[in-house]
Design a protein around this ligand. Structure first.
Ligand code: ZN
Length: 443
């Protein structure tokens, strides 16, 4: 039996502060200009590859993937706007958010009225820069603070974007950490946003650290970690792996896991998949949280949960997208993501994985009347512990419900005890030969 947990991770990786370690990964990745394709994704995956054994896939532009086509690869070297005096007033080098992602190249002089058609600001957040892109439309633009936009004087401006759309490829990263079973748990995050810390980077850093931990274990499930550009990346991966999807037993998209808000879990399309039940159980015992139903919007759960696949994939977040003002702006920065929040998100996900790893069904070897626990020394062991009566109740629940029809998670839910207590009770009873584990698939 493999147990997963936050404290175990700290010990095995010799990491006293995993939240800080994740924040350090975010800090390293933050300056890179990422998009749905291009060198920013490759650079990002190179960093991730230092933590988990990552296979990098390159899928050529123009490849048909389900109903989509892999777009041209986009790269950018530089971009700026000079005012009538020749001063660089908008500069890609100071923030990659200034350039609308996937902008076509441009070098022109134009009056302010013309330039303004390509400038985007947030009037209600006058000091922040927005994040925008023009993925599937040939256009260009700059994002500026509203305060700056309002300060621009009339005159001729010079605009320069040194970008290129080429027949290259779409890049994604995949790590398969083999377990004892070939059944898989899919964990997915996104790698396509530029300098935004919570949106994308928090998920990348969490999966990087989780992957580093999983390779140290001998888990029951095999774990498939995907680092994908949003939408087109998931569609590409699904198109290339359709024949292997039946191996996926559970899945989670991990995104927005570093802000100070409480945890949100979004259920899979099925709504009652084991992953949905495991999250509901762990979060019920873990304080402030919300669980929301599936909607066909959000992150790549919408691809994994499209009706032709209908995979049991939920989404782990803290504050959902669009529900915090910093979302898709320059204020989603290094200060916005908190090491404690990252650590808490990781701890919750580990608790859920622990449930999935250990959710077995057992058969009582002594189902007629209660077995005499005192004779076996089990009560004496209980009495010596402060939580002895709770432990005794957990034992009685496991003995009573282990008729082959109820898993440990069923028993935990019905009894109101945390999964961990129920699992401990089961392993104690198994030691005393009062329980027998049912073969996988028998329940
Ligand atoms: Zn986003």
């Amino acid at each position: 039996m493999t147990t997963l947990g936050f404290d175990d991770l700290k010990t095995r990786l010799r990491l006293p502060d995993p939240g800080r370690a994740m924040h350090d990964v975010i800090r390293e990745l933050y300056p890179i200009c990422r998009s749905i394709t291009g060198n920013g994704v490759r650079q990002t995956l190179k960093v991730v590859g230092r933590h988990v054994p990552l296979e990098i896939h390159e899928v050529p532009s123009g490849t048909r993937v389900l109903d989509w086509v892999v777009p041209k690869e986009w790269n950018i070297r530089d971009a700026w706007v000079k005012d009538p005096s020749g001063a660089k007033i908008i500069n890609f080098q100071s923030s990659n958010l200034h350039v609308v992602g996937y902008s076509v190249p441009v070098r022109e002089r134009m009056p302010l009225t013309e330039l303004k058609k390509h400038l985007f600001s947030l009037p209600d957040k006058p000091d922040w820069i927005a994040y925008r892109n023009t993925f599937y439309r040939d256009d260009w633009g700059f994002c500026v603070s509203h305060r700056q936009l309002q300060s621009l004087a009339d005159g001729q401006y010079e605009v320069f974007i040194d970008s290129a759309h080429t027949d290259g490829s779409l890049t994604y990263g995949e790590a398969l950490i083999a377990g004892r079973s070939s059944r898989e748990i899919l964990l997915c995050c996104h790698v396509c946003h530029p300098s935004l810390a919570n949106d994308n980077l928090s998920g990348i850093s969490l999966l990087a650290l989780l992957g580093r931990y999983l390779v140290e274990l001998s888990p029951h499930f095999s774990y498939r970690l995907l680092f994908l550009p949003v939408t087109i990346g998931a569609i590409t991966w699904l198109a290339r792996n359709e024949s292997a999807l039946s191996k996926i037993e559970h899945g989670v998209v991990v995104t927005l896991v570093g802000d100070a808000g409480g945890i949100t879990y979004k259920r899979s399309r099925r709504g009652d998949a084991a992953i949905d039940r495991a999250f509901a159980h762990v979060l019920k015992h873990a304080g402030e949280h919300q669980i929301v139903d599936f909607t066909p919007y959000g992150y790549d759960e919408r691809q994994f949960c499209s009706p032709g696949f209908d995979l049991p994939v939920g989404c782990l977040m803290r504050t959902p997208h669009g529900e915090f003002p910093e979302y898709h702006t320059s204020a989603d920065d290094l200060a916005f993501v908190k090491p404690e929040a990252l650590a808490d998100s990781l701890a919750k996900l580990l608790a859920v994985l622990d449930v999935l790893e250990n959710n077995r069904s057992y058969l009582s070897e002594n189902p007629k009347g209660e077995p005499q626990l005192g004779r076996r020394g089990i009560y004496r062991a209980m009495a010596e512990r402060a939580d002895g009566s709770a432990r005794e109740m957990a034992l009685l629940w496991v003995l009573n419900q282990s008729d082959g029809k109820h898993s440990l998670l069923d028993i935990a839910d019905r009894s109101g005890y945390p999964f961990e207590s129920i699992r401990e009770a089961a392993s104690l009873l198994q030691e005393h030969k009062l329980l027998r584990e049912l073969e996988e698939g028998a329940s």
